[in-house]
Design a protein around this ligand. Structure first.
Ligand code: UGA
Length: 433
């Protein structure tokens, strides 16, 4: 099948490679000329496991091509829109990129198409896109048949390609049997995972899923503040809870809060949808509030433990919002840097992939090539992201090269007993020590 993917960001790039690997002929489109030039050289501007090598082999087989010209889509039966929907100032999803693409499609489309909305969009957006295309066609005096299909993406950064190739579910909102047939063919390798539903249900499922996962995290994070006060350990509590299959063990890992380009943005957007619909989403409001206060609570704990931070050498290990990505958007580690700077600490940092992006925002930090370099002679270490290279550090040796073995584990990634045995003063999240 000939498929065009518009928007070569995280989702678009991953879907292009996955659809290519599933045997389709893919055309990747983006308005950003530099980005297209980079893809044409086989270089993907994001870090994601497995992407580059697969892209190169698809390019060699001429199964994937790239263009900045949207009118090239005409030979494609399916057009997938995967442009960004960033948060606008009031929290609502900014749909201007989607609307612009819709306008362009209306202008250049000459043959029948299925238009798939992959981007995360509020309920009703598929109808808006449909109207924009129809209006443009009217202006041209043509009537080319098309159907808008909602097909949200659930991939996780760091495992994006795996998630796209072997999804747990594919949610498809469409109305006609013709669209169902085409979508079944598009996902022929994983068709058993498809849930066909209405367009509006499909749009809603995406927000509802992210909001629910964020709720689990905020729930366990708030509980963590209690467990350490009452002599319990949140890790054990969560383990015990998770053994009940109705609760489930995943996304119950306490820490310094969720970050990234999705949870903060999508919870905000769902709150805005609620406001517009005059439905108060008080639970989701609390989820957001807990996430914001969790990092403040953790920073306050550090200050209480250390007295003051003025001129103290402190190492931050991990900067990205989670491991296996170079993405620092909304990363809790950045709020820790803010706090340390405000309190006059001298900060060193290490991250396997996030230092380049962080250094342009925080030039005053001393970025180090290894975690051991970052912690040398420091009075405290903060583990902010649980990268394997950080968790598996030789912590015993590390204790000997610091000025003071004070360790704040913002992800409960280390074994408190082991750390105490090696001489650390260990502070986790919700861990009674
Ligand atoms: C999330 C969803 O998991 C995907 O299903 C969805 O497709 C994606 O958003 C999206 O909307 O595009 P992602 O943002 O890549 O994926 O990251 P997650 O793995 O969900 O982690 C989000 C944040 O929650 C991270 O900061 C992570 O450290 C934190 N987290 C996660 C916890 O603090 N505790 C947990 O138990 C799990």
């Amino acid at each position: 099948m000939n498929v065009a993917v518009i928007g070569m960001g995280y989702v678009g790039a991953t879907m292009s490679v996955a659809l290519g690997l599933h045997g389709h002929q893919v055309l990747g489109i983006d308005v950003d000329k530099e980005k297209i030039a980079s893809f044409n050289k086989g270089i993907i501007p994001i870090y994601e496991i497995g992407m580059e090598e697969n892209l190169l082999s698809l390019m060699e087989a001429k199964q994937i091509t790239f263009s900045e010209d949207l009118s090239d889509i005409d030979t494609c039966q399916v057009v997938m829109i995967a442009v960004g929907t960033p948060a606008s100032a009031d929290g609502r999803a900014d749909l201007s990129y989607i609307e612009e693409v819709a306008k362009q499609l209306g202008k250049v489309m000459n043959r029948k198409k299925i238009i798939v909305i992959k981007s995360t969009v509020p309920v009703g957006t598929c109808d808006v896109v449909s109207h924009i295309i129809q209006d443009e066609q009217k202006r041209r005096g043509v009537s080319i048949p098309f159907e808008i299909v909602s097909n949200p993406e659930f991939l996780r950064e760091g495992r994006a390609l795996q998630d796209a190739l072997y999804p747990e579910r594919i949610v498809i909102g469409c109305s006609s049997s013709q669209a169902k047939k085409v979508m079944n063919e598009l996902y022929h390798k994983v068709a058993d995972k498809i849930l066909f539903t209405s367009v509006r249900n499909s749009e809603m499922i995406k927000y509802a899923s992210n909001a629910f996962l964020a709720t689990k995290i905020s729930f366990v994070n708030e509980l963590a503040r209690l467990t350490e006060r009452v002599g319990a350990d949140i890790t054990e509590v969560a383990r015990g809870m998770g053994m009940d299959s109705r609760i489930g063990e995943k996304f119950l890992h306490a820490g310094i809060g969720y970050g990234g380009s999705c949870f903060p943005k999508d919870t905000e957007a769902l709150l805005a949808i609620g406001k517009d619909a005059e439905v108060e989403l008080s639970l989701l409001q609390a989820v957001k509030k807990v996430n914001i206060s969790q990092i403040k609570w953790f920073c306050q704990k550090m200050k209480t433990c250390m007295g003051h931070l003025q001129n103290k050498k402190i190492a931050v290990l991990g900067l990205t919002f989670k491991p296996n990505t170079d993405d620092i958007r909304e990363a809790p580690a950045l709020r820790i840097l803010d706090f340390l700077m405000e309190n006059g600490a001298a900060v060193s940092a290490f991250d396997p992939k996030g230092m380049k992006a962080t250094s342009s925002l925080y030039p005053e930090v001393n970025y180090c090539a290894t975690p051991l370099q970052a912690i040398r002679n420091t009075e405290a270490i903060i583990l902010a992201t649980e990268w394997p290279e950080i968790v598996k550090l030789d912590w015993k040796t590390a204790a000997k090269i610091v000025a003071k073995p004070i360790l704040f584990d913002g992800r409960n990634a280390l074994n408190p007993v082991e750390m105490e045995n090696w001489g650390y003063h260990y502070t986790g999240v919700g861990v009674f020590t």
